[in-house]
Structure formats: structure tokens, C-alpha cells
Design a protein around this ligand. Structure first.
Ligand code: ATR
Length: 282
């Protein structure tokens, strides 16, 4: 699709940005839905964030996706943010409408949608164990709560971070949140219907995730938000135990849907060809 003079321009901002797969995943939808638009990556240094965000409105862009390290810093620069932005403490989507900038968090939708589609028969009344207490964990916890999971355990190498996250988010969510010591994660696994890795452990080039999954029951749904490799050691071990496993690529793809809809007015579908494109498989 060639952009016309009336075409809609959206951006992806981060620092660095060259690694981002967002332009590629949006370009797939632009072609598929014949949209007169484009999504352009911009490397925005932290010092320039305020000018870059103001430029969205000044230049008439439809908005932008926001990636590291700007997900928190962009919040005070916006006219309005959704309640989810406040709950998660991060904004990854800006939509420009009628001169105003609206912030949202679509990582929560991306995570929840991926898990729902990957584990359609899951019992959402069972507890979940979340590994990690960083930014990704916050989106995952908000997503589990939206899915109706009543109890969420958080295990993190730095226990105090898990405790702080549990007490901060508990005030905003209906699910019961509690921190469990990292060394007790293997025991907690046995009582859970969901196990989610939100750390970078197990990612290519990172240390392995060394968690004993002996106690994992086959009715536990296991999701790794790491998607390089697509089948992490955690997912491989869980599959060998008979668990339903959900890889992390879908979270990336589905988080793009509300962005595409917000900018171009089309609710796009995730499909196998797009997965392969983002994975670099022709
Ligand atoms: P993100 O925003 O992507 O979640 P982050 O805030 O840096 O990134 O969080 C990374 C998570 O991976 C944290 O939970 C971190 O644990 P700490 O809070 O103890 O740092 C976890 N993590 C990173 N490296 C780890 C390691 N070698 N062993 C255990 N946990 C690790």
C-alpha cells in the first residue's frame, strides 16, 4: 500500500528502537486491511521525550506505541490516561484525537487475550503464580485479575519487590495478591492453576530459569512471556508434564490490536502468517 497525502501516520517510540517488531507487525495489518497509513519507528532519547510527545499532536500523527524506557515517563505528558495505566503504572499506547493525547496500556489486553485463546478450557477460579515483580509482572497481574483469577501469588528473587508490588496493586484490584519467597516457588507451583514467567530468565542470551517443576500438575496452564526462543525450557518441561502451554509471542501480537484500532479504526486479527513474519519465518 502506498501512502496518500491523506494517509494516517502513527509512530513507535523507544530508545533504542531498532529492535522493535512493532512496525513490522503493524505493516502486516496495513497491507492485509488495505489501510492508507504507516507506522514509523523513532529513536527518541529520554531528554527529548516531552518534545517528541508534543510533536504527535503538532504534526497530526494518529499516536504512537511507547516502548522502553518511556512507558512511565510519558504518563505526565498526556491529557488523559485510562484507569489501567494507573493500575499498571505504565503506558504503552498514545492515541491523538482532536488535539488531545490519550494514554492506555495494551500489554494487559495482549497478555489476557493470548492466555484466553491459548487455554480456552482454563478454570479461571484457580490461583496463579507469577514469577518476577518488574513492569511486565504488573501488566500480567492486572490481566489475570481481569480474567477473574481470584488469588495471585508473586515470587521474585528480590522478595521486598514482590511485597511492594503486591501491596501497591492489591488496592486497585479485586484479586487477592501475596508475595511468596523465591525459594518456595517450586512448592507454590503445585497449588496453582496458572504459572506465568515474567522475568527475562530463559531468554536467548540470559541465564536459565532454574525452577523445579516436579510439583507441577498437568491441569496447570503455563505461560512464558519470553518468546526467544518460542519454546523456552519452562514450556518444554511443562509440556512434558502434560500441562497446557502458551508461548509469549501472542502477547506481543495481541497488544498491537488496540493500537491499530485506535489509530486506523480497524480491529485487526492475529494469524499464523503474521506470527511467522514476526518470527522471521517466510
Ligand atoms: P521488566 O520491566 O521487563 O519486567 P525489570 O523491571 O528489570 O524488567 O524486571 C525483571 C524481573 O526479572 C525482575 O523480577 C527481576 O528480579 P529482581 O527484582 O530480583 O531483580 C527478574 N530477574 C532478572 N534477572 C534475574 C535472575 N538472574 N534471577 C532471578 N530473577 C531475575
Amino acid at each position: 500500500m502506498t501512502l496518500s497525502g491523506a494517509g494516517t501516520v502513527a509512530a513507535v517510540i523507544g530508545w533504542p528502537i531498532a529492535h522493535s517488531k512493532s512496525p513490522q507487525l503493524h505493516q502486516y495489518w496495513i497491507d492485509r486491511y488495505n489501510v492508507d497509513g504507516v507506522v514509523v519507528p523513532f529513536a527518541v532519547a529520554p531528554d527529548h521525550l516531552d518534545v517528541a510527545v508534543a510533536a504527535l499532536a503538532a504534526m497530526g500523527l494518529a499516536g504512537c506505541s511507547v516502548t522502553l524506557p518511556h512507558k512511565q515517563a510519558c504518563i505526565p505528558l498526556l491529557d488523559e490516561v485510562s484507569p489501567l495505566v494507573t493500575t499498571v503504572g505504565a503506558c504503552n499506547l498514545i492515541v491523538h484525537k482532536d488535539g488531545k493525547l490519550y494514554g492506555d496500556n495494551t500489554d494487559v489486553f495482549g497478555f489476557a487475550e493470548n492466555l484466553k485463546l491459548g487455554a480456552p478450557d482454563a478454570n479461571w477460579q484457580r490461583p496463579a503464580l507469577v514469577l518476577g515483580a518488574g513492569g511486565a509482572a504488573r501488566a500480567v497481574i492486572a490481566g489475570l485479575s481481569e480474567l477473574g483469577v481470584p488469588e495471585i501469588l508473586i515470587a521474585n528473587r528480590t522478595h521486598s519487590r514482590a511485597e511492594a508490588l503486591a501491596s501497591d496493586m492489591a488496592a486497585r484490584l479485586t484479586s487477592k495478591l501475596s508475595a511468596v519467597p523465591w525459594q518456595d516457588a517450586a512448592t507454590a507451583v503445585g497449588q496453582c492453576g496458572f504459572l506465568i514467567n515474567t522475568t527475562s530468565l530463559g531468554m536467548t542470551g540470559q541465564p536459565p530459569l532454574e525452577i523445579d517443576v516436579t510439583g507441577l500438575s498437568p491441569d496447570c496452564v503455563v505461560n512464558d512471556i519470553v518468546y526467544t526462543p518460542l519454546e523456552t525450557d519452562l514450556l518444554r518441561h511443562a509440556a512434558a508434564k502434560g500441562c497446557t502451554t502458551v508461548d509469549g509471542l501472542g502477547m506481543l501480537l495481541h497488544q498491537g490490536r488496540p493500537a491499530f484500532h485506535g489509530w486506523f479504526g480497524v480491529d485487526p486479527q492475529v494469524d499464523e502468517a503474521q506470527r511467522n513474519l514476526v518470527l522471521g519465518i517466510k
